[in-house]
Design a protein around this ligand. Structure first.
Ligand code: FAD
Length: 397
């Protein structure tokens, strides 16, 4: 039977980073993963360029039943620390928008960096490995693997959430939490496109591929200003992905397709200058032509000239374009979601070490924990920060 100072289950962002840090601090670390490759989600992330952190990371960008929990870890290992590490490895990066940092070249560089850091810490990595059972006694944890048995006083669960089963996501982490009596909060897909009811979807079918800079507001008042994207299944784009994390089934969202325009002032000025201009052509100055045509076909935009447009019609038009209320019929679910909301209840964990309060030696890091970030590098920063906090604790003991 093999013995390690720490065993980490999950060779994703959090698991690899934690292993590297603990290994470099002198721990003998084993990382296990059921996949063929480490860091599969990292490789897929940010369209293949990995949005590895965000310049504006702050606790308010995270959703959790316990919004204070993430503060300590995020403050102790910041975006600047990770940027410094990326710089040390000579990885060139750029800010795309809203503080989102991407590799210039490829997400593979982040995986290579994590692997190099693991090597520096003499970490043992075993892929294609299933953990069949975990038992705990006074000496620590015994793991039955396919073909081996390992023992460790410290067990770290870094198996992520349920999103994208195609990339190896499993409920393993939640099951371990339950096995040891920790509460697991209900999970649901986050950062995920909305699907629409059939009549509306059919009406909007011609808009597939059209993007509009918008402000989207959830029923609870949370607002995001970014693009929305019409798709053949419904609505996507960064503003929709963001708001999906705040949306509950049955709720509405409001979309302002012209957030920077005083529409009535614009229409009044245009009417004065070009009274015989069609409303359609006037609105095409502000919005994609395909969208205007579709809304006209749906009789949301009257087939009229500016001088024919009456006050009631103008008001209705403003409502349609600046407070379009949509009731999604659901989301695309874990199949396409970037993250999983909910998970291991943070009330059961120490925010300084990520250790289960009532189960000495058992730690949970990364997405398996009930901490979910906005789109834009926030989720990786949580993975790095929670992994770092845990690694410090592994090294201390
Ligand atoms: P993961 O990275 O998911 O790693 C979990 C690991 O555990 C995996 O290697 C998995 O194989 C392994 N595992 C699971 N079950 C078992 C088991 N039973 N036994 C053994 N091993 C197991 N976030 C950002 O901040 N920026 C982005 O650009 C970004 N892009 C994304 C793009 C996509 C397509 C997706 C799906 C997510 C994206 N995210 C992004 C979110 C981000 O990838 C996750 O939040 C992050 O990877 C979580 O890290 P983690 O280590 O907790 O889990």
């Amino acid at each position: 039977m093999e013995q390690f100072d720490a065993v980490i289950i999950g060779a994703g962002a959090a698991g690899l980073f934690c292993a590297a840090q603990a290994g470099q601090a002198g721990c003998r670390v084993l990382v296990l993963d059921n996949g063929k490759k480490p860091g599969r989600k990292i490789l897929m992330s940010g369209g293949g360029r990995c949005n590895f952190t965000n310049l504006y990371v702050e606790p308010a960008a995270y959703l959790s039943e316990n919004p204070h929990f993430c503060k300590s870890a995020l403050a102790r290992y910041t975006q600047w620390d990770f940027i410094e590490l990326v710089g040390k490895h000579g990885i060139a990066w750029h800010e795309k928008t809203l503080g989102q940092l991407f590799c210039d070249d490829s997400a593979q560089q982040i995986v290579d960096m994590l692997m190099a850091e693991c090597e520096k810490g003499s970490v043992t990595l075993r892929l294609r490995t299933e953990v069949l059972s975990i038992e705990r006694d006074d000496n620590g944890y015994t793991l039955q693997l396919n073909g081996a048995e390992v023992k460790t006083p410290k067990l770290v669960i870094a198996t992520g959430g349920l999103s994208m089963p195609g990339l190896g996501a499993t409920p393993f982490g939640y099951k371990v939490a339950e096995q040891f009596g920790l509460n697991v909060l209900p999970t649901r897909a986050g950062l995920v496109p909305f699907t629409l009811h059939k009549p509306l979807l059919e009406q909007l079918q011609t808009l597939s591929g059209v993007a509009v800079p918008s402000v989207v507001t959830a029923e609870n008042g949370v607002t995001f200003r970014e693009n929305i994207l019409f798709t053949h299944r419904g609505l996507s784009g960064p503003a929709v992905l963001q708001i999906s994390s705040y949306w509950q089934p049955g709720e509405w969202v409001s979309v302002n397709l012209l957030p920077d325009t005083d529409l009535s002032a614009f229409l009044n000025a245009q009417r004065e200058a070009h009274p015989n201009q069609s409303l359609k052509n006037t609105l095409a100055m502000l919005l994609p032509k395909r969208l205007v045509e579709c809304l006209q076909e749906l009789k949301q935009i009257p087939d009229a000239t500016l001088k024919q447009l009456n006050g009631r019609q103008q008001q209705a038009l403003e409502e349609t374009l600046q407070n379009w209320r949509v009731q999604p019929n659901g989301t695309e679910g874990y199949r396409t979601a970037e993250v999983t909301l909910g998970g291991v209840d943070t009330h059961a964990l120490s925010s300084r070490t990520m250790e289960a309060r009532n189960v000495p030696g058992l730690y949970f890091i990364g997405e398996v924990v009930d901490v979910t970030g906005w789109l834009g590098g926030y989720n990786f920063q949580w993975a790095w920060a929670s992994a770092w906090a845990c690694a410090q604790a592994l090294a201390e003991s």
